[in-house]
Design a protein around this ligand. Structure first.
Ligand code: AMP
Length: 113
């Protein structure tokens, strides 16, 4: 069974897509936790950061580079933003397909909840 994010990649369910290339797709979170809340998702269906191997080095680096570019395009680069990768149950992960949250447009707190 494909993950919900793979279904977005295949255009089986809709999303507000902000960027896409051969390795990743980026779209707006359906339940935003900040004025800007964008997900950056590898097209390869890696379950979680706990499942990453050395083969994923290029993909993971790519996600970070694209998140930086998207933040610039969305106008939150100078003000600042947070990148989050929730991992497995105690990390708060709810979708079993690695994704990076790009959150911005408001002051972030530390430590996170
Ligand atoms: P996580 O809890 O870190 O696994 O993040 C999953 C994120 O995916 C949550 O912030 C959800 O709001 C978001 N999400 C779930 N379904 C969709 C969807 N169909 N389109 C966009 N975002 C989604």
């Amino acid at each position: 069974m494909s993950s919900i994010f793979t279904r977005i990649i295949k255009r089986e369910i809709p999303a507000v897509i902000v960027y896409e290339d051969d390795l990743c797709i980026s779209f707006r979170d359906i339940d935003p936790k900040a004025p800007q809340h964008i997900l950056v998702v590898p097209k390869k269906e890696i379950k979680s950061m706990a499942d990453v191997t050395e083969d994923d080095e290029l993909i993971l680096g790519h996600l970070l580079v694209k998140a930086s570019e998207i933040a610039r395009e969305q106008g939150i680069s100078d003000s600042g933003y947070r990148i989050v990768i929730n991992t497995n149950k105690e990390g708060g992960q709810t979708v079993g397909h690695v994704h990076l949250h790009l959150l911005g447009g408001r002051q972030m707190e530390w430590p996170p909840g």
